[in-house]
Design a protein. Sequence first.
Length: 461
Amino acid sequence: MSKVLAVPNRPRYRGARLAPRLFGPIGIGVLVVAVAALWIVQRPSDQPIVRFTGELIGVECVLLLSVGLVLASALNMVERWFEGVDRAAVWHRGIAIAAVLLLVVHSQITKLTPAEEGSLPLLGLVFAEVALIGLVVFMVWAIAPRWKSFVPKAFQPLIFKASETKIAKRVRTRFSGYSIWRSFHRFTGLLVAIGFAHGLIDSTIFESPLLRWVYIAIGGVGLLFYAYRELIARRLAYTNDYVVEEVEPVDSLTTEITLKPLDHKFAYKAGQFTIVYIEAKDGWHRHPFSIASAPSEANVRFTIKSLGDFTKNVANLVEVGMPAVISKARGHFDYRRGTENQAWIAGGVGIAPILSWLRAATADTLPRQVDLFYSARGPAAYSDEVRELASHLDAVTIHIIDSETQPHLTTQHIIEAANCPPAQLSAFICGPSGMVNAFRKDLRKAKVRQANINREYFNWR
């Protein structure tokens, strides 16, 4: 293997540690177990086991929903504990789904042991039904776009046939967009508050003052974070005012938007992403985008592919001179956290953060060996610029794959090109979720350390 040159200020490429990204998930697990243990120890002696089980599940449900509200706050501590706000968003989604499923179980179990007539206030029963129905609707609405990923193949033709009916098409046209879903999703905290109030009104387990105060603390913390996000954080958020400088088509499906600062320059690291608020012909839009420019550039560039309700028409909706607002930079997609041998794997528009790396990199800051695998259907966007940038960087070797005319990229190709033991390889993957998940799985099978497999999450819904 070649020697690593002793260059002043060169990063030390030792690879990442798994521990930081586990702090948040482990903390959630500890909370769930601790609450269950406390409830079991403090269980009233005369409490029927079935009803007690239902109420314990209800408490765990409120705990998970509160944790979900904390994660949705996107505070710095949340990003730090989950090693990225995108990872926190994925955990938020998973925890919320688990909580709603537990809520359904809680509802059914409590019906098995009905309380004495008149012991449950009508208001408590109403709150229970409102929270249950509302949260189930929001869960189904959130996961509906990914129905093919969890519905068994045997039932998929039936779902597809039902989705083609006139009523289904009207519902999809009106409610399938991310913007409208996100607008309604902001009311989730109110449903959590209603469910929390139901627990205070209906539960008979609170003969123990300790359990009552723990329950109040669990729900109260989540609702405080929700109130902070909705009432305070939006007014304190640090933003940067920009204006659209250029809107340039890259190919038939990709557009590059360049934003020019109106005041101070937006600070970020190569490979990060941000939330962009941009005015278009049909109003304001909010969207997370990976930054494709280098931090040293005066303007900020975003590479956008036609995928969603806004991005598929972005070239027609956004014009030069329109205002835009950028929030702070986020993300931990940084090759400087890798080892001396790295594989950068991009699929389609996933080249955007890697473009930022290439545009910012110098021979003095790169690791010993980088193999960039860039796969696209047909001619790859920016392929000429990628080759030009890499030609000035001895450490970088380019592998551009046209999946329409060439064999698909495999993990075996990546391992062979790396020319090092898999345990010493770092992989940075960005692209369609199916591609990313497949490579993550195959790289683990090839003995690449989990801590050294890095990715970005774009689908937060």
